[in-house]
Structure formats: structure tokens, C-alpha cells
Design a binder for this molecule. Structure first.
Ligand code: PLP
Length: 374
């Protein structure tokens, strides 16, 4: 039997065990504890922010980020049509509705020209409270024109950088460019805490508000007095312990992902009909999941490739079904969408774990070449 090659697995190759043992030894296992504060401080320093709030998921970070941005019932939030569903759900948690805008053909992130058109001409444009760009698969959205547009329209920018820790836009870390930025440490992300997230905001008052809302909005903790409806969104010390050990390895992981991307690009360069992910001139991408597009006839070809790889013990995956086609969001605004369904039909993510060996990667490359051979 040949070994199974997973899409993206956690790799625990640092000080995880030592820090976990310390949690047990010191009895700090729950929501407060020294590792939580250390994780927040080190994470903030890594991305060049003064502060960060550790939370128990990236989705919780998105929810709080939208609340801080003032999103509430009756509001619209612009969300790219092609992304994991979490940001759309977070908009709903606030009582607001996502309005879906198309992605670009090359980076598959929010199309700023379409956003501009929406904000100029859509009959519901006055209801837009925030724009939520998703930095997809380790590649940034084109933030400068997006931030300019949003400033002009007076709408907040909440960045979903959950797939893109370590990636940069014109040298700046993703998640630090808008009003609020969100990160995830879910098991398949570039670093994991076993589950968790982080929120950073430009304003100190917003940071304070996020911390307050994440701890059940305690105004007087001794007397259990609460002036708002809060959430239990804090990260535990045990999760923070794992997160710190992983964060210490971030640079090595970004380098590993980029090396994997380079080898896929070279090994599959001459395969007809395969397009490779772009790294825009203004981007430093991490290629969190290396994702190719196969030529039309679309969906059947990509799903056959995935099935062929599965037969050889190689896990490959499609991207997410366009959000405007998903049952909870079929009635929502879907503005001039053409590309997201095409990318969805043709995209195949290849194994991208940071410890993927060259030998295993060569197995993937050969299997893709065999499957797509004319
Ligand atoms: C992973 C992910 C999230 C959610 O993170 P969790 O920590 O799993 O809640 C949100 N948005 C996108 C685009 C993601 O890929």
C-alpha cells in the first residue's frame, strides 16, 4: 500500500509538547493564562500591530469584527462570491445580509472594479455598511484601490485573512490594512492552535470593544454586571500554547509553501490546459493550498482529476461552491457574477501540507500528468 497524501494536515514540529506540559504543570488550562497573553503579544509583533485579541475561531473573529464595524440588522456587507462560507455566515449572525460580488479572473479575490460599479449604481448601495475582502488561498485582494473606494463611500473594510497569515500586500501584512483583520488557526491553516482565531483592529477603542464582547461583555466581573450581549469567544491557554509553538515556525512554513508552489509550477508547466495560480506584482503570496485550473469542459474534467488522484491515495479538493448558489443565500443580491462559477468548476487544490516531501510531491505531479494526458 502506498502512503496516503492528504490535502493539508497540521504539522506539530516545534515546542508544542513542552508548552502543553507547562499548561498541565501550572494548572493554567482555561480562558485566562499566560500563554494567551504571550500569543497575542507575539502575534501582534509578527504582523506589525500594537495589539491582538485571541479568539476561539476565525469565524468568531469575523463576527466580532463586523459588530465592531457597526454592522447590524438591515445592513448589507459586500462579500466575494468565491470563498469558504464563514464570512457570509458571520454577516448573518449580525442580522445583516451579505451581497455577493464577483472575483477577478486571475487572483480569484474580490473584483474592485465590480465593487466600484456596485457602490456607484446598485439601487441598494446606500445599505452597504462594510466590505469584506477575503485574501484567498494565501493571495491578497488588491487592497489600495479597494481601501480608496471604501473610504470615499464611507464604508468599513473588514479583512478576512484567515487563509493568508504570512502573505503580504506591497510589503504589508494582510489583515492590517483595513479597519479590522481576522485570522484563523483551524487545523488546516498555515499554523494551527487546534482551533482558534485572532482579531486585530487599527483603533485601540475597537480592540477594547472586541475583548469586551469576547468575554460575555463583563462591565463589573466581580458583581457579574453586563451592559451588552457578549459572547464566549476567548481562546484557552491550552490552545494558545499550541499556537505559540506554531507561530515560532511561521517563517519556515511560508518558505515551505512557496517552495511547494514553485515545484508544482515547474513540474506541471507544460501540461496543456492547466493554469497556475498567479502571484500579482504587488503580492507576496503563501500559496496556502496550491490550486490549479483545468481547461473546460469544466466541472467534469476537474472532478475526474480529483477522482483519479483519489484512486492513487492523493487527496485533492475543489474550491467552494459559489455563495449565491448555496441554500441560505439564494435570495441574496448576486451582482453581475460570471467568473466565480467558472473558477469553481475548474479549480483543483493539490496537496500542500508544509511537510510534503519532494518524493510525495513528485507522486502528485506524475499522477496529475497521467490523469490529464491526452
Ligand atoms: C478557515 C476560514 C474561516 C474560518 O475560520 P475558523 O477558524 O475555521 O472559524 C473563515 N474564512 C475563510 C475564508 C476561511 O478559509
Amino acid at each position: 500500500m502506498t502512503k496516503r497524501i492528504p490535502l493539508s494536515e497540521p504539522v506539530l514540529d516545534g515546542e508544542e509538547l513542552r508548552y502543553l506540559a507547562e499548561c498541565v504543570r501550572t494548572n493554567w488550562v482555561s480562558y485566562s493564562g499566560p500563554f494567551v497573553t504571550t500569543f497575542e503579544r507575539r502575534f501582534a509583533r509578527t504582523i506589525g500591530m500594537p495589539d491582538a485579541v485571541a479568539l476561539n475561531s476565525g469565524t468568531a473573529a469575523l463576527h466580532l469584527a463586523l459588530l465592531i464595524a457597526g454592522v447590524g440588522p438591515g445592513d448589507l456587507v459586500i462579500v466575494p462570491d468565491l470563498t469558504f462560507i464563514a464570512p457570509a455566515n458571520a454577516v448573518r449572525y449580525c442580522g445583516a445580509e451579505p451581497a455577493f460580488v464577483d472575483v477577478t479572473a486571475d487572483t480569484w479575490t474580490l473584483d474592485v472594479e465590480m465593487l466600484d460599479a456596485f457602490l456607484r449604481e446598485h439601487p441598494e448601495r446606500a445599505r452597504v455598511k462594510a466590505v469584506l475582502p477575503v485574501h484567498l488561498l494565501g493571495h491578497p485582494a488588491d487592497m489600495d484601490p479597494l481601501l480608496r473606494l471604501c473610504a470615499r463611500a464611507g464604508v468599513a473594510v473588514v479583512e478576512d485573512a484567515t487563509e493568508s497569515l504570512g502573505a503580504r500586500y506591497r510589503g504589508r501584512h494582510l489583515g492590517t490594512l483595513g479597519a479590522v483583520g481576522c485570522f484563523s488557526f483551524n487545523g488546516n491553516k498555515i499554523i494551527t492552535s487546534g482551533g482558534g482565531g485572532m482579531l486585530v483592529a487599527a483603533s485601540a477603542a475597537d480592540m477594547e470593544r472586541a475583548r469586551y464582547l469576547s468575554t460575555q461583555a463583563r462591565d463589573d466581573p466581580a458583581e457579574y454586571v453586563h451592559d451588552a450581549v457578549g459572547f464566549n469567544y476567548r481562546l484557552s491557554n491550552v490552545h494558545a500554547a499550541v499556537g505559540i509553538a506554531q507561530l515560532e515556525r511561521l517563517d519556515a512554513r511560508v518558505a515551505a509553501k512557496r517552495r511547494i508552489a514553485e515545484r508544482y509550477r515547474a513540474g506541471l508547466a507544460d501540461v496543456p490546459g492547466v493554469s497556475h495560480p498567479l502571484e500579482a506584482p504587488w503580492a507576496t503570496a503563501t500559496f496556502w493550498l496550491y490550486t490549479i485550473l483545468v481547461a473546460p469542459p469544466a466541472k467534469r474534467a476537474s472532478r475526474e482529476l480529483i477522482a483519479d488522484l483519489a484512486r492513487e491515495g492523493i487527496e485533492a479538493r475543489p474550491l467552494w461552491a459559489p455563495l449565491h448558489q448555496q441554500r441560505p443565500y439564494r435570495e441574496n443580491i448576486a451582482y453581475r457574477i460570471e467568473r466565480a462559477p467558472d473558477v469553481y468548476a475548474r479549480a483543483v487544490s493539490l496537496p500542500s501540507s508544509v511537510d510534503l516531501s519532494e518524493e510525495d510531491q513528485d507522486r502528485v505531479i506524475s499522477a496529475v500528468r497521467r490523469s490529464l494526458a491526452p
